[in-house]
Design a protein around this ligand. Structure first.
Ligand SMILES: [Zn+2]
Length: 318
């Protein structure tokens, strides 16, 4: 791949009635990300189904697109089977001070980190990334980090980075070129300070709670002022080369209720201002979720938003 990424990130259901491989390729994009879905926690392989198969991976490779997986992998990284014998591997809640198995883990326990590293290596073996970028994230629920005595010195961002560092060390045993994502999202947007990223840890910035009424750099939005501050601090730590943007411009699930067909927040003028700004910072990896942009969506709203996104991202990332 060149030295920039122009992509879309889809869940398996988004392929109903749409050939996203062909569509992304013919629109001049270069990367297809597969997401196993949101919600607190799930088995990634159950959700991915055939999209985890070698056959699918080969089909994407044959098209000339890069393929990567973007996954809330907590259930696979720390399998529930450990809970009965080792509840101390799992997170301790803040209020009831109980160990719970449904979310993340205890990052100050070395045995926990060993399990997470081993699990990550297994996942990477089954889900290779042609970009060598691996996105194995914690659960998709804010505040679900460990509050035990050993973990409580660390912010949620620092607990997430300890986890990413562990995965990064394990990943290179399977793919020597592996880079592993620290996800800056919800409660991990704040830059980690007590923990330093490994050299092969990259940062993906997913500004879920920003405003789409204004560009990310537009100070008229309070949410965007806050998100811009997070972005600038993350850039200082990771550097532009290692920054990846995962936006929601084409995400029809952002405002919609499950089951409905809500339009994505896409506005060409805002998206262009965002992309112009991100690239002006030296960021060369830009992707957006297209969740719920399936055949029915395109029938209702046409593919204008997708084509406009492709046009703008191609303009700034030749
Ligand atoms: Zn802990």
């Amino acid at each position: 791949m060149g030295n920039f990424k122009k992509g879309i990130v889809a869940v398996p259901d988004d392929f109903k009635g749409v050939d996203w491989i062909g569509k992304a390729k013919s629109a001049g994009l270069n990367t297809l990300g597969i997401h196993s879905g949101g919600g607190a926690a799930h088995d990634i392989f159950v959700n991915l189904g055939e999209y985890a198969s070698t056959e699918f991976q080969q089909r994407v490779a044959a098209s000339g697109l890069e393929l990567e997986y973007e996954l809330h992998a907590s259930k696979n990284l720390m399998p529930e089977k450990w809970f009965d014998t080792h509840p101390e591997y799992f997170q301790q809640t803040q209020r009831s001070m109980e160990r719970v198995k449904d979310f993340n883990w205890c990052v100050s326990n070395p045995d926990t980190l060993k399990i997470i590293g081993n699990s990550a290596a297994d996942i990477i073996r089954r889900l290779p990334s042609s970009t060598h970028d691996y996105f194995l994230w914690a659960c998709d629920a804010p505040g679900q980090w460990c509050h035990c005595r050993g973990c409580t010195p660390y912010t949620f961002s620092e607990q997430a980075l300890i986890s990413a560092n562990t995965i990064a060390d394990a990943a290179v045993t399977v793919d020597p070129q592996a880079k592993v994502c620290y996800l800056a999202y919800l409660d991990t947007l704040e830059t980690p300070r007590l923990v330093r990223p490994r050299p092969n840890v990259i940062c993906e910035y997913a500004p879920y709670r920003r405003s789409y009424e204004y560009a990310i750099c537009d100070s008229r939005s309070g949410a965007n002022r806050q998100h811009l501050k997070y972005l600038i601090e993350l850039l200082e730590l990771f550097g532009a080369e290692k920054m990846h943007i995962l936006e929601y411009w084409l995400d029809g699930s952002l405002y919609g209720k499950p089951g409905d067909l809500h339009k994505s927040p896409f506005n060409k003028k805002i998206a262009e201002e965002d992309i112009r700004f991100y690239t002006s910072l030296g960021i060369k990896n830009i992707t957006t979720f297209i969740v719920r942009m399936d055949g029915a969506y395109l029938e209702k709203y046409s593919d204008r938003e997708f084509q406009d996104y492709a046009e703008v991202v191609n303009k700034y990332l030749g």
